[in-house]
Design a protein around this ligand. Structure first.
Ligand code: PLP
Length: 335
């Protein structure tokens, strides 16, 4: 079985850079959904707690349960609301407001332009009157940017819309409701962050997804993916490796199999365009379900040290590279 190593030092470095942007670590809500973007939910949650982070964001009640003792509040983005002092819930429809238990800590999600989910701006008044009539607990109001990581002005008009939402909610008399809209890219490009929390995901894991034109905050990948040697063989020139024999040894060479494959969430890719490991060793031939082959006979190889480099190779985004890594791969914190 392959192994994932998590660098505490790099994680803390990223958190410190983001805390500078946000104006304090107490304003960082670490986004740990989807097994902490594939890094490992409990280990990342524990490290964040040890750093002094008080807020987390997850997708489900099941994820929240696994880390509930480590945070003051956990925002659940996509599950059935429960009455629980520790948990707040993103609510995206007026129908749900009509049914909600008034004790639920509600975070009303507003659609300011992404058009994925959230209450439309035109429904805001109706939503607020339901909240008032039913005596619901409006703990927060939130929105999400559709293109904070692109070099356009879109972030600004969505931000403007959200500011008008904030005014309206305040005017309606909700004095203690909190407001939040920033993900990693929005926080990294903001100049005067003034919201209650920033919901930071990809940046805490070490990836700055802003184009180079923005002022660069240096972040460091937390995750590295390692594989162990299973067996080695000496091949003569012309002998072939793996399914379909797509790799032909150009000379006499030593080839070893390592314990990582697409069954672990590593992309199968295109054998004609081989991915290179962290040490620059090309994967030879096709990726199997549980094995890859590489030249040489090192005991351990670092397959991925930077998910952005890998994402570029496979034509995807760093989020998908790490999130795809199966929860069954053992994770260890490297101190
Ligand atoms: C996933 C998510 C985030 C985090 O986004 P990053 O780009 O990873 O920082 C923030 N808010 C919401 C609502 C999300 O779904």
């Amino acid at each position: 079985m392959a192994t994932i190593e998590l660098s505490r030092e790099n994680f803390y470095h990223n958190l410190s850079q983001l805390a500078l942007k946000a104006g304090g670590r107490e304003r960082l809500a670490v986004v740990l959904k989807d097994n902490a973007y594939g890094h490992g939910l409990e280990l990342m949650a524990r490290m964040a707690h040890e750093y002094g982070i008080k807020e987390a964001v997850v997708i489900s009640n099941a994820e929240a349960e696994r880390i509930r003792d480590l945070f003051d509040n956990i925002l659940v983005l996509g599950d059935t609301p429960r009455v629980d002092e520790k948990l707040s819930y993103a609510v995206s429809s007026t129908e749900l407001l009509e049914e909600l238990d008034p004790q639920v800590k509600l975070e009303l999600k507003i659609d300011t332009g992404m058009h994925r989910n959230g209450i439309m701006l035109a429904e805001l008044e109706t939503a607020l009157s339901i909240v008032k009539e039913r005596g619901l607990r409006l703990f927060g109001v939130m929105t999400h940017y559709r293109s904070a990581d692109e070099l356009t002005g879109e972030y600004y008009w969505q931000k403007k819309r959200f500011e008008s939402v904030r005014r309206k909610v305040r005017e309606a008399g909700f004095a203690s409701t909190r407001f939040h809209s920033h993900n990693s890219a929005a926080l990294l490009r903001s100049r005067s962050f003034d919201e209650a929390i920033a919901r930071v995901g990809i940046a805490i894991y070490g990836y700055n997804t802003l184009p180079a034109a923005f002022e660069a905050v240096e972040l460091r990948p937390v995750l590295s993916l390692w594989a162990r040697r299973v067996s080695s063989r000496r091949l003569r020139a012309g002998e072939r490796v793996g399914y379909g024999g797509t790799f032909v040894a150009p000379r006499e060479m030593t080839v070893s199999a390592y314990d990582l494959g697409y069954g672990d969430g590593w992309p199968r890719g295109d054998a004609a365009l081989p991915y290179q490991t962290a040490e620059g060793l090309p994967i030879l031939g096709r990726v199997s379900m549980d094995f890859i082959s590489v030249e040489g006979d090192r005991e351990r190889i670092c397959v991925m040290e930077d998910a952005r480099r890998a994402a570029k190779h496979f034509g995807t985004i760093c989020y998908e590279m790490t999130t795809a890594l199966m929860p069954t791969i053992p994770r260890v914190v490297k101190e």
